[in-house]
Design a protein. Sequence first.
Length: 256
Amino acid sequence: MGAPGAEVDQFGGENGTDVLLGVVKAGRIPESRLDESVRRLLREKFRLGLFDGGRFVEESAAAIVIGSPENVEAGRRAQQSSVTLLKNGKPSDELLPLRPGIKVYAEGMDVAAFDGVAAVVESPEEADVAVLRLTAPSGADPARGFLGSMHMGSLEFDAEVVAHVNAIAELVPTVVDVFLERPAILTPLKALVLAGSYGTDDAPFVDVLFGAAKPLGKLPFDLPRSMAAVEGSREDVPFDTVDPLFTFGHGLRYDE
C-alpha cells in the first residue's frame, strides 16, 4: 500500500509483517484495504486453477519423487555440466583433469568429497595441488532484513582473501572455483586454474576436477577486469564493460 495512485497488493520477497500491521494499528490504512488485496490475489490464483483438486501436492510423495535415484543422478549430471572452466594452466601445460591418487589441500569445501579419489593433506606444503572454493564478494547485510540481504557493493575480493589465495598459489599448483552469484573480479587471483560454478555441490565438482565428468558450462555474463571498468560502464547496456577478463559465453573444454 502507499499513497493514492501508487498502491500495490503484494510485497514480493518480504516475509515480515510488522510494518504493515503497524500501519493498520496506527489507523493509516483500514483493515478493509488488506481484505481487498487478499481478494484480488486469491481471485487470480483461482483463475489459474491453483486450488483445483488435481493441483494439490502430496507432501509425502514429493520427497520420494524429488529424491528418487533417477532425479538425484540427473541433478548431479546437471551440476557437473554447469561448471565453467575459465583458465586451465598454460596452453602447453594444462592442469586439469587431475590424476587420481594425488595429494590435495582443500579449503571452502567438504574434504569427504575427495574420498576414494585423492589423499587430503593438512597444508599446501604437503600437497600436489590445492583446491579452493570461494563465493563471489557480496555486501549483503542480512541483519537489515530483506533489502539488506540483497547483493550490493564491490565485486572485488578483500585484499586479505587475494593475499591468502596468492600465497597458496606460490607454494603449489592451485585451482580456484568461485560461486558466481555475482560477476566477481578474478583479475588479482594468481591460480593456475580458474573455474566458475553456480551452486555445484562439492562431490560433482570433484568429479569434474578428476575427469569423471567434463566441464561444459559457459559464462552467462562478462567477468569484469576491474571495478573501475564496472563503474565506467552504462547500467542499462549489456556487455558495456571495457576489456572484460572473460567474456559472455566463455568456457574451456578438456578436449580443446
